[in-house]
Write a protein of this length. Structure first.
Lengths: 148, 151, 184
């Protein structure tokens, strides 16, 4: 009985060690990460977009955020505000505002996410608008989309 | 026509060198960067060596030492995060930054303050970062709060 | 020889505790990291800080849970780190974190100096920003065309056509005549 228990314990430890050691058992090629970029686009219709905040969550696939860049040239060309702690995680809140007069309307790329993708499956992102406002600070209805 | 050359155009070497020179670190800068990074690398790898057993030790011990180190780092990181102050703001400042009183701090609070600062009508009570003046930095501080994960 | 090892191999070795592998990575990427930091901040002292922070962050990520495994160049990985650190630096200094503005201010400063560098700075300043970025990525940072396409999330064909246009603009500018080889 004791011997059987010892064997089981040894097997369990071996599995743990093999699973935890990158040097002993390197990941197979298809599991190695690759990098992809996803555009965050906001459509504010005819209203000028002056401030926006969105929350984005990787809803499927194995993806980690590794970087955030700004959007199209103009009001939101600079990278938006985000919490650096969100990097290497699957959820991020982005926000930006501009008090200038050259504001975009319609569909605008406001940011670009750089993502480390693990595995063959393409990640999907769910985005929701937290807040958006036009030049005068009035709240406006906008839609957001995250796409490769 | 060389197809490869057409696809991947080259610049004359002197022009490429000239462009590179515009942004290359100067000798003094290169030396300073080398020293700074070498110091950081030395500290990093020394710390690893203190935590990890030597290369002659079995991978089993090495793996568990790594795991223990990871747990320690995570625990310490978690503690630091809990104790951390975002951009010099305390947690109770979050309520103070809720400009429009809608129960959460979001970019609209920052935007509203930025507009008031630009018009010169921002009130002293919106000195969110407590530096004695109300300026664009306060709007910046609110925006940082708005995107904070877990806030 | 470290010079023969790929970035991915060196990262793997550094993550396993090989300090020499990290040194090799640093030597390989130092100059372009500084160049990108300088373009992103527009200031040499800040560029030094940003480049240092980028390499320190790389060190930290080597030890992150799950480790850091690269399949290709480290450049695509380091670039956003440098950009983010530059943004942090700009915000700390109370400036708008716009890399494009920082670069243009830097070029403006160089443009008033004497010598050929000033001419080049003026020519670069005059290029459309999209073309300028491609020229810098390709000929200053040494990115391959495919890497540029991946980094900027542009189709490879778009990268090629924009780069062709940029080079045509460069070659056609009389201020760069002194840099052109006879066969160029």
């Amino acid at each position: 009985m004791k011997r059987a228990l010892a064997i089981v314990a040894l097997l369990a430890l071996t599995v743990l060690v093999l699973a935890g050691s990158r040097t002993v058992a390197p990941a197979p090629a298809q599991d190695e990460p690759r990098f992809a970029a996803y555009d965050v686009c906001i459509d504010s219709g005819s209203a000028p977009l002056a401030a926006w905040q969105v929350e984005i969550v990787a809803s499927s696939g194995r993806a980690k955020l590794v970087g955030v860049e700004g959007g199209d040239a103009g009001a939101f060309a600079a990278p938006p505000y985000y919490d650096p702690k969100a990097l290497m995680s699957e959820r991020i809140v982005l926000a930006a505002f501009d008090t200038g007069s050259a504001l975009p309307s319609g569909r605008t790329r406001v940011a670009r996410l750089h993502v480390e993708v693990q595995g063959a499956a393409e990640p999907r992102f769910e985005a929701r608008v937290v807040a958006a406002a036009s030049r005068d600070g009035r709240t406006i209805d906008v839609s957001v989309e995250v796409r490769p | 026509m060389d197809r490869r050359r057409e696809d991947d155009p080259k610049l004359p070497a002197s022009l490429e060198t000239g462009l590179g020179e515009l942004f290359r670190p100067r000798a003094g800068e290169r030396t300073e960067l080398d020293q700074r990074v070498a110091r950081a690398a030395r500290e990093h790898f020394d710390a690893r060596r203190r935590v990890l057993p030597g290369p002659g030790n079995p991978p089993f011990a090495r793996t568990w030492a790594l795991r223990a180190a990871a747990v320690l780092v995570l625990a310490l990181g978690g503690w630091v995060l809990v104790r951390s102050i975002s951009n010099g703001l305390r947690t109770q400042d979050v309520a103070r930054a809720d400009r429009d009183g809608n129960g959460r701090v979001d970019v609209l609070d920052a935007f509203q303050l930025a507009r008031e600062v630009e018009r010169g009508v921002a009130e002293a009570r919106w000195d969110v970062d407590g530096n004695g003046r109300v300026d664009r930095e306060d709007a910046h501080a609110i925006a940082v709060l708005a995107v904070r994960i877990g806030s | 020889m470290d010079s023969e090892r790929t970035d991915a191999e060196l990262v793997r070795a550094a993550a396993a505790g090989d300090e020499g592998a990290f040194d090799a990575l640093y030597a390989r990427h130092r100059d372009w990291v500084f160049a990108l930091a300088l373009r992103s901040t527009g200031r040499r002292d800040e560029a030094l800080d940003v480049a240092q922070e980028a390499f320190v962050e790389l060190l930290e990520r080597l030890d992150s849970p799950g480790g850091l495994v690269l399949t290709g160049s480290l450049r695509a990985y380091l670039r956003p780190i440098v950009r983010h650190r530059a943004i942090d630096a700009a915000r700390r200094a109370g400036r708008e974190p716009r890399a494009e503005t920082a670069l243009e201010e830097l070029l403006d400063r160089v443009a008033v100096e004497a010598g050929g560098a000033a001419d080049l700075a003026r020519v670069l300043r005059g290029l459309p920003s999209e073309q300028r970025e491609l020229v810098l990525l390709r000929f200053v940072d040494g990115f391959e065309l495919a890497e540029i396409a991946e980094t900027l999330a542009l189709p490879l064909g778009t990268v090629k056509s924009r780069l062709h246009q940029a080079l045509a603009n460069l070659r056609g500018d009389p201020r760069v005549a002194r840099f052109l080889d006879p066969e160029g």
